[in-house]
Design a protein around this ligand. Sequence first.
Ligand SMILES: Nc1ncnc2c1ncn2[C@@H]1O[C@H](COP(=O)(O)OP(=O)(O)OP(=O)(O)O)[C@@H](O)[C@H]1O
Ligand SMILES: [Mg+2]
Length: 250
Amino acid sequence: MDVILKTNDLTKKYDDRIVVDNLNLEIRKGEVFGLLGPNGAGKSTTMNMICNIIKPTLGSVEFMGKDLKKNSKDLMKHLGFIPQDLAIHNKLKAWENVELFTSLYGIKGADLKKAIDESLDYVGLLERRNDYAGTFSGGMKRRLNIACAIGHHPDLLIFDEPTVGIDPQSRNFILDKIKESNRNGATVIYTSHYMEEVEAICTRIAIMDNGKIIATGTSEELKKLVVDDTDSITLEEVFLTLTGKKLRDI
Ligand SMILES: Nc1ncnc2c1ncn2[C@@H]1O[C@H](COP(=O)(O)OP(=O)(O)OP(=O)(O)O)[C@@H](O)[C@H]1O
Ligand SMILES: [Mg+2]
């Protein structure tokens, strides 16, 4: 079992408040790893530290066997991050958005043109390539956000709540694309507070609450922590039992 990414005692404090607390995660090559937790659990802070966007207070990230901070120039081109807050520019056309992000990875000329069209095609926006991102619906913006992160063919794709606030059709489209990327060889980290999404696409799941990982395993393994008959319980109920909290207010 190859480990593609590992966090070593990863910790983030804001003033005296610990929002990510000594995280030791191991992501295996080829898996779809789900990070499931309620609002404020520390999921985005963790993903932002893993992607070298936020500086950890303590601890480190090892990616492809190397320290991410010390080798960020080499390693960042193997990583694609789809942030929770849309990173796209409304005043740029769809293709210009993808060009902006893809060119950051040193892709140029004919390769860049090809990568732009492939990425837009992948998320079903090729026909809208010349439209301004500002004219897109919420679901289309989410899809463009994904196109911006995949043009350089990363080995690890990190999705931070990519389906929030969009219709079920766009949501299913995005989930299908994540599965397709995984089948094509990418390892995936998928962050969400939607239990049913995590259960549908993730091979292993970590439950996070108050900056800590409460439990890690397959959906079946997590259910087994609580009951013998795993058909009698949902992951949502497992979460409630382990943390005393609801995953989200319905
Ligand atoms: N820049 C910051 N300064 C102070 N506190 C912060 C900062 N960023 C995040 N926090 C706090 O850290 C905690 C974790 O936030 P984070 O955004 O990582 O949670 P999350 O699990 O991604 O939640 P959500 O599901 O709502 O996206 C929250 O209590 C948040 O208020
Ligand atoms: Mg978040």
